[in-house]
Write a protein that binds this ligand. Structure first.
Ligand SMILES: [Zn+2]
Length: 203
């Protein structure tokens, strides 16, 4: 009987890990966009947001959103919204509306502490780093990266857990990776570096 119960709980855990939050990367916010801002405001934001015109290599050819369309595709949406509100900081009213939407969208992450997110800069920075890591993991997976290594960024205030992981390699699917960004660690600056296998990116 004990064995059965143990098995039962193990299977429940497995199911939970399947629905684990892996980041928000696609979201159509056009309704919010058009109902929250006037034509003029949308035009200001569109022209002001320089990365709108850049791809990852800095080439000016890609638009994340336009004046009439805010269907975001393949972006780390939570960090993107925070970044956009920072860009608009000289327009208080616009910046705070975007920041409110950032807080609202962040609630999609089950571990999000909304109170801390709106009051603590350290928590906000950590939370955004967490979203970027989840986005990186998705991209590594798409690129066929099989192994990654931790780097604590040589940050001297990093806790022992981070320092201990730094330089160590893991398979991309190993649970230790996502686990590391589940619990708030104020001084965690860890990043994941892809272990590029020979020939992988030569195509
Ligand atoms: Zn860390």
């Amino acid at each position: 009987m004990k064995k059965f119960i143990l098995k039962f709980f193990n299977s429940m855990n497995t199911e939970n890990s399947i629905v684990e939050f892996t980041g928000l990367h696609n979201m159509d916010l056009t309704d919010w966009w058009t109902s929250t801002f006037t034509d003029q405001e949308r035009s200001i934001i569109y022209q002001k947001f320089y990365p709108n015109f850049c791809d990852m290599l800095g080439n000016r050819n890609r638009s994340i959103f336009t004046e009439n369309n805010f269907a975001i595709e393949d972006e780390a949406i939570i960090p993107f919204m925070e970044n956009l509100s920072t860009y608009m900081r000289n327009h208080d009213d616009i910046a705070s509306k975007i920041f409110l939407k950032f807080l609202d969208i962040s609630k999609n992450d089950p571990i999000c502490d909304s109170e801390l997110l709106s009051t603590s800069k350290d928590y906000k920075n950590w939370f955004i780093l967490r979203q970027l890591i989840l986005y990186n993991i998705k991209n590594f997976n798409q690129l066929g990266v099989k192994r990654v290594s931790f780097s604590d960024g040589n940050y001297e205030n990093a806790i022992d857990e981070c320092k201990g992981l730094s330089g160590k390699q893991f398979g991309l699917g190993e649970s230790i990776i996502v686990e590391h960004w589940k619990k708030y660690k104020p001084t965690c600056r860890c990043v994941l570096l892809p272990e590029i296998e020979e020939g992988l990116l030569v195509d």
